[in-house]
Design a protein around this ligand. Sequence first.
Ligand code: SF4
Ligand code: SF4
Length: 529
Amino acid sequence: MQGPSLATGAIPTMDWMDVPVVFKPGNYAYPAKADKVAYLDSQSGLHFPNSREWSPEDEDWKLPEDWKEIILKGLKERLEKFRSLKIFMDCCVRCGACADKCHFFLGTGDPKNMPVMRAELLRSVYRNDFTLAGKILGKMAGAREMTASVLKEWFMYSYQCTECRRCSVFCPYGIDTAEVTMMLRELLHLVGVGINWILEPASNSNRTGNHMGLQPHTFKDNVEFLVDDVENLTGIRPNISFNRKGAEILFITPSADVFAEPGLYTAMGYLTLFEAIGLDYTWSTYASEGGNFGLFTNNETMKKLNAKMYAEAKRLGVKYIIGGECGHMWRVIHQYMDTMNGPADFLENPVPPIPGTVFENAASTKMVHISEFTADLIKHGKLKFDKSRNSHVKATYHDSCNTARAMGLMDEPRYILDHVVDWVEMPENTIREQTFCCGSGTGLNTDEIMELRMRSGLPRANAVKYVREKHDVNMLACVCAIDRATLTSLMNYWNPDVGVCGVTELVANAMVLEGETRGELDEGLRTML
Ligand code: SF4
Ligand code: SF4
C-alpha cells in the first residue's frame, strides 16, 4: 500500500483535492464494451452515449468535446429532480460517524473510501457551481472545478462503493451515500464512462431476459436438469411448466440460481419446496432474471428491467409473483418500484392458497419473497422437517445488505433456519441493519479487481472467522444470488473451510417429502450419487 493511508499510519502530505487517482491493473474494473453501450443506447427510454473502446489507464478517455457541460447540466437536472440529493449535498456536518463504517475504507485504508469523502467528491463540484459560498470563496468553501482529473476520481471511487447503505445507518442525518454513488454513476454514464461487468448483464437482461444472455431454450434446459437432479436424490420429480398462461403464480429468481454453483442447489430447493406443497406456478423464459443491474446503472435502466417482470406477469395472466433469493431485485421492488413503475394494480393481492395468509406488505408490489412465503408455511405447520438431515452443516447467517437494510427482511430467514439447521449468529455489530457487505455487490464481482474485493470483504470474512473458530461454523447461509457468488470467492480466500449456500437449499435438505425414496444424502442436495 502506498500513499496516505490509515492502514500504514502514513500522514497525508497534501490536500486531498491535490492527490490524483492512478489507474493500474487490478484497481479498476474493465470499461464497458462499445457494442454493449451502443446496444443499450439503441433501446427506447435509455440513453448511453459515446460508445467506444477506451481504457482508464489512458490519459485521454475520449470524452465528448462538451463533456463538462453535459456533466454539470446532468447534475443540475438531478438536483432539481431529486430532493434527497440536494439534502445530501447540503446537510453533512462532517462529524465522521460514517467514516469507519464502510468496508472499503476498513479494507483499503484509503481516506477517499470514507463515505463522507466519497460524497465530498461530488459535493465539492456541487459547491463550486451551485452554491453562493462556493462561487465566492472557491476552495476555502470546499469547492473545486469539474476537471478531467475529478471525473477520473469519480470513476475510481464510485466503483469502490457497493451502495450497501451501511454508512447511512450510522449517519445522524440519514445521509445515504449509496444514493450519492448512484448519482455519480448516472453522471458518468452521460459521457460514456461505465464498466462492463454491469452494462453487459444489463444489456443481456434487456435482450434475452437474463444476465447470462441465456436463450429461452437454454434456460428451460437448465431448470429441467435440476428437476432430474432432485428426482435422482429424493425420488420425487418436481412438476414444472414454462410460460404457462393461467398459472396462479409467476416465480422469478436470479438466473445465477439456474446457472452456477452454489445457486443451483438453492434452485433445487425451490423446486422441491413447490412440489411438496403442490403450488400452481410457472417459470418464465422471458422474465428469466430477478436481478436488476439497472440499479447499479441509472434510474431509467432500473425502471425498464423491473417493468419486464410485470409485463410478463400480465401476459401470462398470473395472480401475483413469488420472488426467489435475490438482493437487488428486492431493493428495487421495495424502494423504487412504486415511484418509478407505479403499483402493480393489474395483479391480485398475494394470498397463497396454502395456508391462505394475506401478504398485506405486498399489496402494492404483488410480490412475495420466498423467505416470507416459506416462514409462513412453517408457522402454519405445512412443512415437515428432519433437522438431522442437515447434521453435516453448522451454519451462520449473512444478512444481505439489500434484503436487510432495504426491505427489512431479517427475522424470516432466521425463523426458517431455526427449524431446519443448527446455526449461530455472527457478532451483533455485523448482522441485521449493521450487516457488513460481501464487498463485491453492485456489479463489482468481477475478477480483474479481485484483490480489492478481498480487501473490502475483509470485515464480513472476519466475522465469519470468529464464529468458525468459536462454534465450528462450516456454512454461510444467505438469501442473495450475488452473495452466493461473491461470498464463495471471499470464503475461499479468508475462510477456505466455510461453504456458502442459500437458505432454501437448507430447507429442502431437511424436508420430509410424501412418497420420497431418498437415499443417504450425507451432503443434502449436494450429495453426488
Ligand atoms: S455521518 Fe453523516 S453527517 Fe457525519 S460525516 Fe458522515 S455523512 Fe456527514
Ligand atoms: S454505501 Fe456502503 S460501500 Fe458505499 S460508502 Fe456507504 S458503507 Fe461504503
